[in-house]
Design a protein around this ligand. Structure first.
Ligand code: NAP
Length: 339
């Protein structure tokens, strides 16, 4: 009998066809995605008879897992794994796979788009032109600030952070500072990146880019005190996860001039409410979580997640595993071969 897989995010047709060659799929109605709650409960129900699941953007709860006795593999179409309690999955012997690398460059492009858009006021001034307000030569009221030659502070210089450092150092002649728990010697050699304490990064960076994963340690990492420690001319860029920043403190800092601006791809609650004060601040560029959202990259992520899922079910997954301990066989659920 073929394994049963729940598909809880719309997959490209060729990726779904590839999965169907190897497994039975239960594809949740894409219309459910319009209501997060409806999708959540449909997934809860469907997991009860499933061997695996592939999708994104739904929090997987202990109650869901309690009701899914056959579940062996969860394959998320994302690099971030903050919708899962990894330790709990490991205890239960469920493999969690994700999609690093394939989205690195597209996400770094998005971060750079936010840096340029905020520094050069691209969105604000494009709206100003569309509103028919361009009547003569522009003056200082419309000037932005330079990006090239400035200091970029990367909080979390991993895969995406490195791609960002490359753009900044080699393309824009920027000085790169970073914080990590461990030194990234490759980025230090290739891009002259310098590892400093968070306090120094906040004090010196013209652009503070957050690229850490959301974990208990990074939740609320940037609050009122950290925003106050930034230069008044500095811009905060967040394309990691919304909860890394205290959003109320950020709104205060932007409204009061504690920092100069923010470029945000992620928010504490998504979708961002239309009445969020962030949307009425001219010094904010807000995007709808599009870090990896290009046709090419979203296709590559879906394909990668499907390959991860099938390899994990076959006991042959060798990379992209968030909890490799499960593959040692110590806690492996029956029905999945250990390597
Ligand atoms: P990665 O390669 O694992 O890089 C994360 C970096 O953060 C590592 O260098 C890590 O270094 C550092 N880090 C982790 N915990 C830390 C802590 N407590 N304090 C300081 N530094 C810490 O991950 P990635 O592939 O670059 O992705 C990073 C994150 O970007 C993802 O987890 C995801 O949330 C987000 N993302 C968002 C989008 C989007 O659409 N906006 C798209 C892709 C990814 P150390 O281990 O040495 O600390």
């Amino acid at each position: 009998m073929k394994p049963m897989i729940v598909v809880y995010k719309t997959l490209p047709a060729d990726v779904l066809a590839y999965l169907n060659e190897h497994v039975e799929t239960i594809v949740l109605d894409p219309e459910l995605g319009a209501s997060h709650e409806a999708l959540f409960w449909a997934l809860h129900l469907a997991l009860s008879g499933a061997d695996g699941a592939i999708g994104a953007s739904v929090k997987i709860t202990p109650a869901m897992l309690d009701a899914a006795p056959r579940l062996k593999v969860l394959s998320t179409i994302s690099v971030g794994i903050d919708n899962f309690d990894v330790d709990d999955l490991t205890r239960r012997g469920i493999v969690l796979t994700h999609t690093p690398d394939v989205l690195t460059e597209s996400t770094a492009d998005t971060v750079f788009a936010l840096i340029l858009a905020t520094a050069r006021r691209v969105v604000e001034l494009a709206e100003w032109v569309k509103a028919g307000r361009w009547h003569g030569s522009i003056g200082p009221a419309q000037y932005g600030v330079d990006v090239h030659g400035k200091t970029l502070g990367i909080v979390g210089l991993g895969r995406i952070g490195s791609a960002l450092a490359r753009r900044a150092a080699l393309g824009f002649g920027m000085r790169v500072l970073y914080t990590n728990r461990h030194a990234n010697e490759v980025a230090e050699r290739a891009f002259g990146a310098r590892r400093v304490a968070l306090a120094q990064l906040l004090a010196e960076a013209d652009f503070v880019c957050l690229q850490v994963p959301l974990t208990p340690e990074t939740r609320g990492l940037i609050g009122a005190a950290e925003l106050k420690a930034m230069k008044r001319s500095a811009i905060l860029i967040n394309a990691s996860r919304g909860a890394i920043v205290d959003e109320a403190a950020l709104i205060d800092a932007l409204a009061s001039g504690t920092i100069a601006g923010a470029g945000l791809d992620v928010f504490e609650r998504e979708p961002l409410s239309a009445d969020s004060p962030l949307l009425s601040l001219p010094n904010v560029v807000a995007l709808p979580h599009i870090g990896s959202a290009t046709h090419e990259t979203r296709h590559a992520m879906a394909r990668c997640a499907a390959e991860n899922l099938l390899a994990a079910l076959a006991g042959a997954l060798e990379r992209n595993v968030a909890n490799p301990e499960v593959l040692t066989g110590r806690t492996l659920r029956s029905g999945l071969r250990s390597r």
